[in-house]
Design a binder for this molecule. Structure first.
Ligand SMILES: [Zn+2]
Length: 305
């Protein structure tokens, strides 16, 4: 098993797994215990290990837009399909442009963005109530979020970079699950996947200002921050801390997304948060910052069987 640097003073959450493929290669991926415990759900967060891509995208890249050989990307999907028990035509992909747009997908959408072209653009979140469809979103420092309502049998994935986070895509996802499928926020299990940690994520004053405005009501935030600190989920409960340089800040995207989910009514005990940072582990996970932009994309996959 590849050694991983975990962020200190966080509750350890992600489980590293390793599986052999029929071709003989071994694939490493990460899972969340709270999602693994739900019957009929398969999920994974991929690593760089176990694919066929070369160069900057080595080896397990899931994007067709990073200069990788499309045949290699398709083989990578087929490999993950083998583990998830689906064909590569069962995956459906976002079209990520840092929006809060969400698409409810059905079996008509199977393969879109992977084995066939998409007939939609600017979609950062996917939701479905259909079995056998693998919802897929892509990251390399940005935050992937998984959503499962085991009561209504509805699942979702979202890409939440700082723009999506400050605009509350996590809240939009919960609202969409409520409106389209009658889900209760209190039943939703959510998982915040591997992405950049607070210590690695420096932002400008311009970005910091946006996190102090808008729907980010100070009092509510303070409440959510202190509960994460008191329950030991977060070491300090601080969303923004002074940066290493004057005028800069360190933003905690993980805590920010906890706040987004809490404000949508998701219970704290139903939220699982990564303790693995992409930028701290650039050999194991693709990181935009660590690679200077020369990298492939990791994937968050979620399917109901
Ligand atoms: Zn880090």
């Amino acid at each position: 098993m590849y050694p991983v640097i975990r962020v200190k003073n966080r509750k350890e959450t992600l489980v590293q797994k390793c599986k052999s493929l029929t071709c003989g290669d071994r694939v490493e991926f990460l899972t969340f215990p709270k999602l693994s415990a739900i019957e009929g759900i398969e999920h994974m967060f991929t690593t760089r290990l176990g694919g066929v891509s070369k160069g900057d995208c080595a080896t397990l890249n899931f994007s067709f837009t990073r200069g990788d050989d499309p045949e290699a990307v398709l083989e990578n999907y087929a490999r993950m399909g083998e583990i998830l028990g689906v064909e590569k035509g069962a995956f459906v992909a976002t079209d990520q442009t840092h929006t809060t747009n969400i698409r409810v997908v059905t079996k008509e959408d199977a393969g879109k963005g992977v084995t066939c072209t998409r007939d939609y653009t600017d979609i950062d979140g996917l939701i479905t109530a259909e079995k056998g469809l693998v919802l897929s979103c892509f990251t390399a420092d940005c935050v992937p979020i998984y959503f499962v309502d085991p009561v209504k049998q509805v699942i979702g994935v979202a890409h939440s970079g700082w723009r999506g986070t400050v605009a509350g895509i996590g809240t939009r996802m919960v609202e969409c699950m409520e409106q389209e499928f009658g889900c209760e926020p209190a039943n939703i299990i959510a998982a915040i996947g591997p992405s950049i940690c607070q210590d690695c994520y420096e932002i400008s004053e311009e970005v910091a200002v946006q996190f102090r405005q808008g729907f980010w009501e100070e009092e509510k935030i303070a409440g959510y921050c202190s509960e994460t600190f008191e329950t030991g989920i977060h070491p300090t409960g601080k969303l923004l801390v002074p940066g290493k340089e004057a005028g800069k800040y360190q933003l905690d995207l993980w805590l920010a997304n906890i706040i987004v989910l809490r404000s949508a009514g998701v219970l704290l005990e139903n939220i699982e948060v990564t303790d693995i940072c992409t930028n701290c582990n650039p050999e194991y996970l693709f990181s935009h910052r660590a690679s200077g932009g020369k990298r492939g994309n990791l994937a968050a996959f979620l399917v109901m069987k």
